[in-house]
Design a protein around this ligand. Structure first.
Ligand code: ZN
Length: 337
């Protein structure tokens, strides 16, 4: 009998045997009988040496396809059988269904999205910058030259002498201005890092939204109008703001912005520490030195910038007293939003 004929016999016999199997154990036995080390298929393979050379290639390929066919058939038989047993064993349609867990967005993400959406409606584009920043963008370009004492205002995580984790979102301003000609109107959200002792009031990482508007004849009144509008849209139509004079190296003049407490409407409560006001951001007119650093002409253009602390706003709005809970991944806390 030629090897071809034997191959066909084995195939017929296998198909007949396959019809008869009823469980996984049978299937395993069938697999051993045909594809095992001493099975029919390997016996056929060992006969290949006695085939005359001109036929050997065809016999080999016929044997390979037989082996593959048997493997596939056994695999699909096993899948069918295991599916059947799983079904009969576990599928009880009278049992209650599995609950579906739905995730929610983190309260910080929700706040950032809402703030960005307000600024978009006011005509601002959204810009992003890297969290690992160079000395030039994080400090020097923002009127904080080396050895400037104001650098000590921000405890910095250094990667090396010239590279650091950004301490504020302000470097996005200078990054953007080096790549775009005025007019520029952007907001830049993101994480910032400070090497501070972690406590209920401060964390080594927090979130800011930076704003920048540069054009001809931009004035302090434009800044105030924009921020007042933003606060009414975010905190509610009764929100009022006030400016207090302040200092930042990259703006002149500079101001801190307080918004009337949205909980007590300015009467005084625990959240506003009975002052009626909440600190929400720093702002000011862009310092001419910043314009010079990015190649803008300070005689041609003026601009304002602001930096809003997202975490603090969220804590005030949600009446949270420990900033750490925002970063603890505590499901019980997060599920409430
Ligand atoms: Zn209050």
């Amino acid at each position: 009998m030629t090897l071809f004929k034997e191959i066909n016999n084995v195939r017929d016999q296998f198909n007949a045997d396959l019809e008869r199997i009823s469980d996984l154990k049978n299937c395993e036995e069938l697999k051993n009988r045909y594809l095992g080390r001493k099975g029919f298929v390997s016996k056929l393979f060992s006969g290949i040496g006695s085939v005359n050379p001109e036929e050997r290639k065809d016999v080999g390929s016929a044997l390979n396809s037989l082996k593959e066919e048997l493997q596939n058939k056994i695999l699909s038989a096993m899948n069918n059988l295991s599916g059947k047993t799983e079904q009969s064993r576990y599928r009880d349609y009278t049992l209650p269904g599995f609950p579906l867990f739905k995730g929610t967005r983190h309260p910080l993400t929700q706040a950032i999205d809402e703030m960005l959406s307000i600024f978009s409606r006011l005509g601002f584009d959204i810009a992003y910058g890297p969290e690992i920043e160079t000395d030039w963008f994080n400090f020097s370009s923002l009127n904080l030259p080396e050895n400037h004492p104001a650098r000590d205002m921000q405890d910095t995580f250094y990667v090396d002498d010239k590279i650091m984790l950004r301490t504020h979102t302000s470097p996005v301003q200078t990054r953007y201005m080096t790549q775009h000609k005025p007019p520029v109107r952007i907001v830049a959200p993101g994480r910032v890092y400070r090497n501070e002792a972690i406590s209920s009031r401060s964390y080594c990482m927090f979130h800011q939204i930076e704003g920048l508007y540069v054009d001809k004849n931009v004035s302090f009144a434009d800044l105030r109008g924009t921020l007042e509008l933003f606060c009414k849209m975010y905190f509610g139509p009764n929100a009022r703001i006030k400016f207090r004079t302040s200092f930042f190296p990259f703006t002149e003049p500079s101001a801190e912005v307080d918004v009337s407490c949205f909980l007590c409407s300015g009467k005084g409560c625990r959240v506003c520490k009975y002052t009626g006001w909440l600190e929400i951001m720093g702002c000011g007119m862009v310092d001419p030195n910043v314009f010079k650093a990015v190649g803008y002409d300070p005689e041609e253009v003026t601009g304002y910038a602001f930096g809003l602390g997202v975490d603090r706003s969220v804590m005030q709005k949600l009446d949270i007293h420990d900033i750490r809970i925002l970063f603890d991944n505590d499901i019980d806390f997060l599920e409430q939003f």
